[in-house]
Design a protein around this ligand. Sequence first.
Ligand SMILES: [Zn+2]
Length: 112
Amino acid sequence: MNKGQYKQYRKELIDAVYKRDNYTCVYCLAPASTVDHVVPLSRGGKWRLNNLVACCIWCNNEKSDNSLKGFINDKLPYFRARNSTSDITAVELIDRVTFRLELIKDHENITF
Ligand SMILES: [Zn+2]
C-alpha cells in the first residue's frame, strides 16, 4: 500500500468508527471529534476497527497513553457527571467500550 492509499484507508476507517459510534464519545457521551486508540499505539495498539472508538477531544487528551482501565478509574467522577448518573461504575463504562468494539469483531481480518 503506498502512502496515498494508506491515508485513504485511514480516512475511511475513521469515518466507519464515527458512524458505528454515532458520532458520540464512548466515554462521556459528548459529540466526538476524534478517534481514540483503546490500546494506545505506544502500547502496541493498531489502526483497526476493533481498537478505535469515537472520542471527544477532552477524553482523548486525558486518556493519552493510559490504559483503558486506568483512564476510566481515574476519571470516574467526571464520567458520572457527564453521563448524568451518579452510580455508573468503571466496569459498566469498560463494558460500553468493549461492546462497541465487539460489534465489529467479524471484521477483525481488516487491518490498517
Ligand atoms: Zn469524552
